[in-house]
Design a protein around this ligand. Structure first.
Ligand SMILES: O=P(O)(O)OC[C@H]1O[C@H](OP(=O)(O)OP(=O)(O)O)[C@H](O)[C@@H]1O
Ligand SMILES: O=c1cc[nH]c(=O)[nH]1
Ligand SMILES: [Mg+2]
Length: 216
């Protein structure tokens, strides 16, 4: 299931437009903060899908029956571009457990790339409510590989994906491999270049957030 948040005419569209806009996107602090804000809004939306229980809270003046989350989610992200959205999710799910995966594109001389995973740090995942954030869902290769690695750790009960911009091809690939996902995104674009960049997209999210990388 796909939820495109910009269809709802909310603040998310403004933030996505700033991420895309070449006149704004080079302000790295604003770029990271806009990803973080999208992560925060998606956290709020996903929280409505969690299980809640009524607990009596003692106030100085009485008892307030209050709905509380029954469990903490696990927040997973893909290094490095995923970090700002992850922080946004963590700002709201402030007691969450966390997982980090270093899935990145290793570019080859012929222009092709493969996804390298060199690092994984995760809590046990059996029966957990898992939210994976990554701003760009392009070909979907990074996400599919990340989910495979996380499923080797344990079998989550539910998996939600949080992305700033997703493209149709990537959504199709990921949902074909993992049909049970729920994907939340700030916008959906239809095109992807031969080098795997989303069009119109925003460019390279990792570079815009943290600066360019050396080729090695
Ligand atoms: O859907 P895909 O085609 O796999 O592309 C999406 C991936 O590309 C970006 O990471 P990148 O490899 O640029 O690494 P970075 O975060 O270090 O910039 C992005 O953050 C995703 O993880
Ligand atoms: O368009 C894209 C595709 C993958 N990663 C990015 O940062 N941007
Ligand atoms: Mg990148």
């Amino acid at each position: 299931m796909i939820i495109n948040l910009s269809e709802q005419h909310s603040l998310v569209s403004n933030w996505v437009s700033e991420l895309r806009n070449i006149a704004v996107q080079n302000d790295r602090m604003r770029f990271r903060r806009n990803l973080e804000r999208i992560g925060e809004v998606i956290a709020y939306e996903i929280s409505k899908e969690m299980d809640w229980e009524t607990v009596d809270i003692e106030t100085p003046l009485g008892i307030a029956p209050t709905k509380l989350m029954q469990e903490q989610p696990v927040l997973a992200t893909i290094l490095r571009a995923g970090l700002p959205m992850h922080q946004g999710l963590l700002n709201y799910f402030d007691k969450a457990d966390n997982a980090f995966v270093s899935a990145y594109r290793k570019h080859h001389k012929d222009g092709s790339f493969t996804i390298n995973v060199e690092y994984l740090s995760s809590p046990p995942l059996d029966n957990r409510f898992l939210i994976i954030s990554d701003p760009m869902l392009a070909t979907g290769a990074s996400l599919v590989k990340t989910i495979q690695y996380l499923k080797d750790v344990g079998n989550p009960r539910v998996i939600h994906i949080a992305a700033a911009i997703a493209c149709t091809e990537g959504i199709e690939y990921v949902t074909r491999e993992h049909p049970d996902l729920k994907i939340w995104c700030g916008a959906i674009d239809d095109e992807i270049t031969a080098k795997g960049y989303i069009v119109p997209g925003l460019g390279d999210a990792g570079d815009l957030a943290y600066g360019g990388k050396a080729q090695y």
